[in-house]
Design a protein around this ligand. Structure first.
Ligand code: GDP
Ligand code: MG
Length: 440
């Protein structure tokens, strides 16, 4: 999608005269791209009209940067589509918040439940998980494993077959034990939607959730609209989590879900691991959709952690240069800063398999092992871009010196390359940082 829209905008910037015809042609092109990206037809029409209305031809012809004017209009309209303008629900301190998860089987409920629980646990809340899925074989085992890994208390049963009873009992227990946040996972049986919807309503009635989270698979394409509508009609959807946005999900489904429910997206799932949960915000999401890359999330976290005080890093980012030493220095400051779990998930180089089984301790251990590897490098190697290590002997020497396997050194080099690519894109006045927000 991004490539098409960007190329359409680019073509427009080369047009000698920008007239109505050129703008219409551009909008047509953009709408085709949005449709291909699974955005609902009605929404595309709406966007087209809105953008058309916003663009004042006189203003446009007077403007020095025509492309930017149109780009900003499209960008803003897309943001409006994924942002219903409703403040999302958040658990309140000092209250026993109950959240119920709903969504079709396979949409990612159980996974997202644990992710959300871990998220609030990191914020210092006492969180419990209730498995009210008695439909899917092994559902309780799955939740139990996820929860144990994240050290989150859970409730469920191998023998009780009534999900309503389990939900009620679990919530009661956790309330008695003064939990701040109780998350109820439900089943999502396919092809038996009538039963599912009845069950959902019964559980909702029994536990009276403060918020119901609708979980939707981000890869389902045009089906998003009808699926979201069906759920909206059955339960009172408070917020949305879109999952599987890590692969080739195009993002159009998310727009449909918001439009169909009028509810805000709170998080997006970006992988199978516990930490693959990104706080949703419209502008970075749309930037990513438009192919501008999701680096603003990283920038935000860096600011959160006050790494922005590290001026060298910013300078280097701006230059688009990234040596192994730069990577070492940054990882070192991260090691000093913590919380590791948070920053690790944001690092462009941290691929999902790197994050597999990741916990903060394990992550720290890995970073330390990276530091050992860096320590075994010569100054010459450190200030290089890493290509020197195509030489196998060199690679082996560093591995031996740091007591790791050559593949571990390769993993570090691989991450460095990924990191470097992002830095390159960000670098320079023409780089990502300036393109990140077309409205700026
Ligand atoms: P449920 O049936 O709704 O409870 O769905 P699950 O939580 O069991 O997830 C179904 C599958 O999707 C599992 O294999 C998960 O690992 C996977 N999954 C869930 N969320 C994500 C995500 O954000 N990205 C990726 N790649 N996979 C996910
Ligand atoms: Mg499940």
């Amino acid at each position: 999608l991004g490539a098409r829209i960007n190329s359409a905008l680019h073509a427009l910037s080369k047009e000698p005269v920008i007239d109505e015809k050129a703008v219409d042609a551009l909008l047509r092109e953009i709408c085709t791209a949005l449709l291909e990206s699974d955005v609902n037809v009605r929404l595309v029409q709406q966007l087209r009209q809105n953008v058309r209305k916003r663009i004042n031809m006189d203003e446009l012809s007077a403007s020095a940067n025509k492309r930017k004017v149109i780009q900003t209009a499209v960008f803003d309209e897309l943001c409006t589509l994924v942002d219903p303008g409703v403040q999302p629900w958040v658990p309140r301190k000092g209250k026993q918040n109950v959240v119920m998860f709903v969504g079709l089987q396979g949409s990612g409920k159980t996974t997202s439940c644990t992710k959300l629980a871990a998220y609030y646990k990191r914020k210092g809340m006492k969180v419990g998980l209730v498995c009210a899925d008695t439909f899917r074989a092994g559902a309780f085992d799955q939740l139990r494993q996820n929860a144990s890994r994240a050290h989150i208390p859970y409730y469920g049963s191998y023998t009780e077959a009534d999900p309503v009873l389990i939900a009620m009992e679990g919530v009661k227990q956790f309330k008695k034990d003064k939990f701040d946040l109780i998350i109820v996972d439900t089943s999502g049986r396919h092809k038996q939607e009538m039963e599912l919807f009845a069950e959902m309503q019964q559980i909702a009635k029994a536990v009276r959730p403060d918020n119901t989270v609708f979980v939707m698979d981000g890869t389902i394409g045009q089906a998003a609209d009808s699926q979201a509508r069906a759920f909206k009609e059955t339960v009172d959807i408070g917020s949305i989590i879109i999952t599987k946005m890590d692969g080739h999900a195009k993002g159009g489904g998310a727009i449909s879900a918001v439009a169909a429910t009028g509810s805000p997206i709170i998080f997006i799932g970006t992988g199978e691991h516990m930490h693959d949960l990104d706080k949703f915000s419209a502008r970075p999401f749309v930037s990513k959709m438009l192919g501008m890359g999701d680096i603003s999330g990283l920038v935000e976290t860096v600011q959160d952690l006050q790494l922005d005080k590290n001026e060298d890093m910013i300078k280097n980012l701006a230059k688009g240069v990234f040596t192994l030493k730069d990577m070492r220095d940054q990882l070192q400051s991260i090691l000093k800063m913590g919380p590791l779990s948070k920053i690790m998930g944001m690092m462009p180089g941290m691929s999902p398999d790197m994050m597999q089984g990741f916990d903060a301790e394990e992550g720290t251990r890995r970073l330390r092992s990276y530091m050992c590897i860096f320590d075994s490098m010569t100054e010459n190697e450190l200030t290089s871009d890493g290509k020197l290590f195509d030489d196998e002997n060199r690679l082996k020497r560093v591995a031996r010196g740091s007591g790791v396997r050559p593949v571990d050194v390769q993993a570090l080099l691989h991450q460095h390359r990924q990191f470097g690519q992002i830095v390159k894109k960000m670098g320079g006045p023409e780089g990502m940082l300036s393109k990140m927000n077309p409205a700026m």
